[in-house]
Design a protein around this ligand. Structure first.
Ligand SMILES: CC(C)(COP(=O)(O)OP(=O)(O)OC[C@H]1O[C@@H](n2cnc3c(N)ncnc32)[C@H](O)[C@@H]1OP(=O)(O)O)[C@@H](O)C(=O)NCCC(=O)NCCS
Length: 207
């Protein structure tokens, strides 16, 4: 894997590609049943986390990648995962998600992490619509999305099959057209080896 091939800096959070030695740090929160209570995955076994890191590392080395599974780093410590991926290159649609370790909840870090993901999505990935879904009782995640100007679009009935049970999800979406295009965020920056344009098949100018 190319170390540091993606690096996004917020005021406090940095998002970077995963490294093979991140397994222990990720497993510490990915195996926490409180952290994963609203997720479609987990709590992870060690093998689950090892597979997650291996997949993320493979994805990081893929030319023209359209999926970014990144480590969230705060004060030099890996405290979460954040992902954004293209769901339709033709439509320039994508989806995103995030998970943070319990000890850093309530500090505004997820709000900042989501903002960084949107910078990547609406910038180098050239997406125009980014969706996020969450469990109807996941009030924290709903608030993170609202604070990032996602609009609630509806309830997806029996959307997920988790532990043998179907469950609803709430659907939110953020649109590029809802963003002030001429006002780049002052406290965030895309840097490192982020190319100007990442998404394969999205070479047409923005509408
Ligand atoms: C949901 C999650 C990402 C929130 O992370 P966080 O860093 O604590 O969020 P922030 O500190 O940025 O808080 C953002 C807002 O949500 C609110 N909030 C956070 N957790 C909350 C909760 N459990 N209930 C109600 N509101 C909550 C905060 O008060 C804040 O709102 P405010 O600024 O109006 O006060 C975190 O709890 C988490 O990782 N949970 C497990 C994984 C998960 O559910 N991921 C999302 C899957 S859709």
């Amino acid at each position: 894997m190319e170390h540091g091939s993606i690096l996004l800096h917020g005021a406090r959070v940095t998002l970077r590609d995963f490294q093979s030695d991140d397994v222990d740090a990720v497993h510490a929160f990915a195996s926490d049943p409180v952290v994963t209570q609203w997720s479609t995955w987990g709590p992870n076994t060690l093998a689950d986390t090892q597979a997650f890191i291996a997949d993320a590392a493979a994805e990081a080395g893929t030319p023209g990648r359209t999926k970014f599974t990144l480590a969230a780093v705060f004060q030099g410590r890996l405290v979460g995962t954040a992902g954004v991926w293209t769901t339709s290159a033709a439509d320039r649609n994508g989806e995103m998600g995030y998970t943070l370790a319990r000890e850093v909840w309530g500090m505004g870090l997820a709000t900042e992490t989501a903002a960084l993901l949107l910078d990547l999505a609406f910038g180098p990935m050239r997406l125009v619509r980014v969706e996020a879904t969450c469990h109807p009782e996941n009030a924290g995640s709903v608030r993170v999305l609202e604070k990032n100007c996602f609009a609630f679009e509806g309830r997806l009935r029996e959307h997920r099959l988790v532990d043998g049970h179907r469950r609803d999800s709430l659907l939110f979406a953020a649109l590029l057209s809802d963003r002030a295009r001429d006002q780049p965020p002052s406290d965030r920056a895309l840097s490192g080896r982020v190319p100007d344009k990442l998404a394969a098949g999205s070479t047409a100018p923005l509408p």
